[in-house]
Design a protein around this ligand. Sequence first.
Ligand code: NAD
Ligand code: TDX
Length: 332
Amino acid sequence: MDRLLVTGGAGFIGSDFVHYVLANTDKTVTVLDKLTYAGSLASLDGLPSDRFRFVQGDICDAALVTQLFGEHDAVVHYAAESHNDNSLSGPGPFVQTNLVGTYTLLEAARATNVRYHHISTDEVYGDLELDDPERFTEQTPYNPSSPYSSTKAGSDLLVRAWVRSFGVAATISNCSNNYGPRQHVEKFIPRQITNVLDGVRPRLYGDGRNVRDWIHADDHSSAVLRILERGQIGETYLIGADGEKSNRDVVEIILETMGQPTDAYDLVVDRPGHDRRYAIDWSKLREELGWEPQYRDFRAGIADTVAWYRENESWWRPQKAEAEAKYAIAGQ
Ligand code: NAD
Ligand code: TDX
């Protein structure tokens, strides 16, 4: 598997994976990305030109996708519409990219016999109560809440069907919430960091007690590489790093890191259908593939992330006004 095709490689997690693979292996990487509002060529700066190629295109373009599959040994599929709030205000692109796009890739995998790894989310399992002792496992029934998570769930089921019905050589991973550099400012952690940099108070939805299970993007990337190289065809692996935190806790850590009073935030209108809590049991990945996360200190990871946004304003500034204008319409 020397030649990788990475869809969505100009986005947050896809670009992290591309940097990770090029720094830690001898593989070559082609990125296929449409460059929607969420994609940024600047996220791919500094990569070795002899091992990296960028193709601008849509994963729903069957001719382009089939041609590219034929030129590679494996495909890692990150491209998606990824933001829950956007899926509530306009679900159409989510159905198109997440469902029709995945279908298009699976048909290309079927035609070319190329190894396929599908990137998905823990949100396919719905949510947990705050006091539920259980965490999500690979056996948890699907129960998605939002247009985003339902289209991701549908895409996972397409992959399972193409494995069973057509023998496509696929694996799936469902990961918890990622943080780190190069995440779009519409998302929770970068939104609050860049708000504080702009002198604006962070905004928490509802009562701010919803819990997310945070993992550094580099740990997600190392897990995906491990599954690609050692995972069993047809299997699903959950990826997490025991990072459960309430949104209040996260914002207080950001405020403290940035030298602000820890209560300098506001509660705003809740997200409709807002999932209460996510929590991942990643013991299958540890026991079967020997993977362990490297970033265990969330405060240190947040400090690095704050430093990155401080030092890279030219990367995020062009996104900021548009993202905040969308939130203003929703009263958030
Ligand atoms: P992102 O929104 O930052 O990036 C998505 C990328 O996909 C962008 O570069 C965009 O231009 C590209 N894209 C969108 N539609 C496309 C299309 N039709 N054709 C080609 N390219 C297209 O997303 P992200 O946060 O990096 O998420 C990447 C993947 O990881 C998604 O599949 C998401 O469901 C999954 N995931 C994300 C998280 C998280 O915390 N962000 C957690 C678990 C899983
Ligand atoms: O301003 C905010 N205030 C706030 O309280 C924003 C933007 C979010 N939130 C809350 C909502 C969630 O409880 O913070 C939490 C995290 O929100 P998001 O960053 O929008 O992430 P989430 O909805 O949990 O989904 C993310 O993780 C799973 C990614 O966006 C998905 O792509 C991934 O599948």
